[in-house]
Design a protein around this ligand. Structure first.
Ligand code: NAD
Length: 486
């Protein structure tokens, strides 16, 4: 597998990008420069879309077993090159060893599900209201898909769009985040090149969003823009794509609730919370943002949580036992420390943590938090637990639904019927009882409501998003057009 990632990948060739300057990548933990890539230009993006369009003509008619052969090979390569992928995740994004291994596993699950799609391009034969007519519905690929991926789970969140698009007969142009150009893009060029994917079907353009971002969206060739990232950028992409009448799949930010009712198993809730808050330093769209604990058990929960938080190891992400590694950049550390400071000024109590060394922010707990505070109004995207309390079911539901996000969530209670009733009322795309919000299964619908996005990944839902249907009818007997034609 090619691991020289200094160029962009267009039409099956590693080429120097023709944009201005380079994209330089830093290791978020050591802050050393690890890579410099020649940046792609608008022309490179146009070229990538042209070759993708051409290549897709043959790909859509390639037999399903041939498509599968290539997808299975790509899966084998991810399995056999796991060490290389994990090493890049650690050095490019500051992912801990544990998270990197987990990300490869979840990606493999999605790849295996997508490998079934070539044989699942189902159509339908339906009755007609016209005498002598047969109605058919064909499922077709969209054509070319533009993929924009984020840095936090770059491998997983890029591959779920790339492989779904390819498996359903589309060609792809990927623009990864400039913070994760390898694990969110270029590494897939290497994987699929080795798997034997025909040239032009997968292209990776690495460049500044200010230079190439709009072209990735407004270029007339792509029929779908599959974007995973922040709500602000997602809204911009939705507007541009809407103007050009393109489909969008938007997987955006969250402000996820973690509700603990008074009859919960506190130990189970605490262990769920440790994972749901601190996995990947809290930099997951599904991470817990709002702890909502029934005030009757708030002291017990907080005490048990604090005890376990003190046991978490933070620091070097490559150490196998590290729970919390660095944040992606110093900007993020400063942004989160400002939120913590602001919330303490607004009346929150800093119970634990609040210090950073380099880009590693120690696990931090705030209590006496109110929904009006900016730490709660914003997606924290870092290892800070903001604990609020509530007095009644009505109150917790109105707090949960008041904010404009709805990605994931969790509820703890020993009364499963009550938890289910509340779960059904929370305005969210996903919610989990007696667990935490970070869940992704390859056959279950993944996606958000409200400002958390549009569309669903995985299983039959992703198959639907990345394809379109065409009505073809056959008039078998001569049709009667009277009274228009007598
Ligand atoms: P981001 O929105 O800053 O960037 C995402 C991608 O968009 C990157 O590739 C970036 O280069 C690109 N981009 C930025 N501006 C652009 C523009 N004007 N035109 C075209 N492309 C542009 O997000 P991020 O910081 O990389 O990721 C973190 C955010 O992503 C968080 O808000 C998180 O909740 C969200 N996220 C959502 C999901 C989900 O599945 N719902 C998953 C992971 C992350």
């Amino acid at each position: 597998m090619n691991t020289n990632f200094e160029k962009v990948y267009i039409n099956g060739e590693w080429q120097k990008g023709t944009g201005e300057g380079t994209i330089d990548v830093q290791n978020p933990f050591t802050q050393e420069s690890i890579l410099s890539i020649s940046a792609a230009s608008k022309e490179d993006v146009k070229n990538a879309y042209e070759v993708a369009k051409l290549a897709q003509k043959d790909w859509k008619n390639t037999l399903p077993q041939k498509k599968q052969e290539i997808l299975y090979k790509a899966i084998d390569i991810v399995e056999s090159e796991r060490d290389v992928i994990v090493e890049w995740m650690i050095k490019e994004t500051g992912s801990t060893f544990m998270k990197s291994m987990g990300e490869v596993d979840v990606s493999l699950n999605i790849m295996r599900e997508a490998a079934t799609y070539p044989f699942r391009m189902e159509g339908k034969v339906l009755p007609s209201i016209t005498e002598g007519k047969e109605n058919r519905v064909y499922r077709d690929p969209l054509g070319v898909v533009g993929v924009i991926s984020p840095w936090n789970f770059p491998f997983h969140l890029a591959v779920r769009s790339i492989i779904t698009a390819l498996a359903t007969g589309n060609a792809v142009v990927v623009k990864p985040s400039t913070k994760s150009p390898v694990t969110g893009g270029l590494i897939f060029a290497s994987i699929f090149e080795e798997a034997g994917l025909p040239k032009g079907l997968l292209n990776v353009v690495v460049g500044k969003s200010s230079e190439i971002g709009d072209e990735v969206i407004v270029n007339p060739i792509p029929r779908l823009i599959s974007f995973t990232g922040s709500t602000d950028v997602g809204q911009h992409i939705g507007e541009l794509a809407g103007k050009h009448l393109k489909k969008t799949a938007l997987e955006l930010g969250g402000n996820n609730v973690f509700i603990v009712l008074e009859d919960a198993d506190i130990e189970q809730a605490v262990e769920s919370a440790l994972f749901g808050k601190f996995y990947h330093q809290g930099q997951i769209c599904m991470s817990i943002n709002r702890f909502m604990i029934d005030e009757k058990i708030a002291n017990d929960f907080t005490e048990a949580f604090l005890k376990r938080v003190k046991e978490l190891e933070f620091g070097d992400p490559s150490a196998k036992t590290t729970h919390i590694g660095p944040l992606i950049s110093r900007d993020q550390v400063d942004r989160i420390l400002d939120l913590v400071e602001e919330s303490t000024k607004e009346g929150a109590t800093l119970l634990h943590g609040g210090q950073a060394e380099g880009n590693v922010l120690e696990p931090t707990i705030l209590t006496d938090v109110k929904q009006s505070m900016s730490i709660v109004q914003n997606e924290i995207f870092g290892p800070v637990a903001a604990i609020m309390t509530f007095q009644s079911e009505d109150e917790v539901l109105s707090l949960a639904n008041e904010l404009p996000y709805g990605l994931s969530g969790a509820i703890h209670s020993r009364d499963l019927d009550r938890a289910m009733r509340i779960a059904r009322e929370v305005e969210t795309g996903m919610i989990h009882i007696n667990d935490q919000p970070v869940n992704d299964e390859p056959h279950m619908p993944f996606g958000g409501e409200k400002k958390s996005g549009l569309g669903r990944f995985n299983g039959e839902w992703a198959l639907e998003e990345f394809t379109t249907v065409k009505w073809v009818s056959i008039q078998r007997d001569k049709r009667d057009y009277s009274p228009f034609i007598q």
